[in-house]
Design a protein around this ligand. Structure first.
Ligand SMILES: [Zn+2]
Length: 249
């Protein structure tokens, strides 16, 4: 696991990126890690790094339904990434008690209008009726995300549960269905922040202690902190199990 965000050292892929958002549009926003200022981070954290990757993500999320992957091109990828930025900004603003920028809301509304114009209402197979687009239409993934985002905005109860992970360089969005979830995942951001705080507390304690001036003791304290960090992670696991169960609901 790398030091920041939700990537692994091998990078992410549409097939391996975690789906912790609880809504299609939030998982779409979570297809990359975000800086505190709301900029997408390095491409190693980006599951949508090519037109084909976008098509594969759509296949995994069930919004590219054809036997063949839709022929997403560079222009469609650019449009999808623009929507991703807009979706992330809108729901980040709302999660933090603010109002989204009018330009972002208008951009989402434009994608939504194009989606409804191109879509066809059809039985979805689970008893519901939803807008659908031809399986070969490369815009279908972006359209499904835009429609899902507008549906989330229209649902005050779910909207009130949208949170943004406070983990450093994470910025992932998720629905807090338990009312207790603070992190995208205790296994990544939650434990990492807890480990860092523990380490800093131990180091602060060492600096205040006269014994820290002795050669070698600083390193002993670091080793001690690492052992403490392992204990902290073990302590966190029951909580994480509860969160996992929550996520599967
Ligand atoms: Zn996080």
């Amino acid at each position: 696991m790398a030091a920041t965000g939700n990537r692994t050292t091998e990078g992410v892929s549409p097939e391996t990126i975690k789906l912790w958002g609880g809504a299609l549009c939030l998982d779409f926003a979570n297809s990359v890690d975000w800086s505190p200022a709301g900029e997408p981070l390095a491409s190693a954290t980006d599951a949508l790094s090519s037109p084909r990757a976008l098509a594969r993500w759509g296949r995994r999320l069930g919004v590219a339904r054809g036997r063949r992957l839709p022929a997403v091109d560079d222009a469609e990828l650019a449009a999808a990434l623009a929507l991703r930025l807009v979706v992330h900004r809108i729901f980040s603003a709302l999660a933090e008690g603010g109002r989204p920028a009018p330009g972002d809301v208008e951009a989402l509304a434009r994608d939504h209008a194009a989606a409804t114009e191109a879509g066809r209402l059809a039985a979805a197979g689970d008893g519901a009726w939803r807008l659908q687009w031809p399986a070969a239409d490369p815009r279908g993934i972006r359209f499904a995300v835009a429609v899902d985002a507008v549906a989330l905005l229209a649902d005050a109860a779910r909207l009130a549960r949208v949170h943004r992970c406070p983990g450093p360089d994470c910025g992932w969005l998720f629905l807090d269905t338990s009312g207790r979830r603070r992190w995208c995942s205790m296994a990544t951001c939650g434990s990492r922040v807890k480990m860092r705080r523990l380490y800093q507390r131990r180091r602060a304690g060492v600096r205040r202690s006269p014994v820290a001036a002795l050669p070698g003791h600083d390193r002993l304290a670091v080793g001690d902190a690492q052992q403490g960090a392992v204990a902290a992670v073990v302590d966190l696991h029951p909580h994480e199990v509860a969160l996992d169960a929550d996520r599967r609901r």
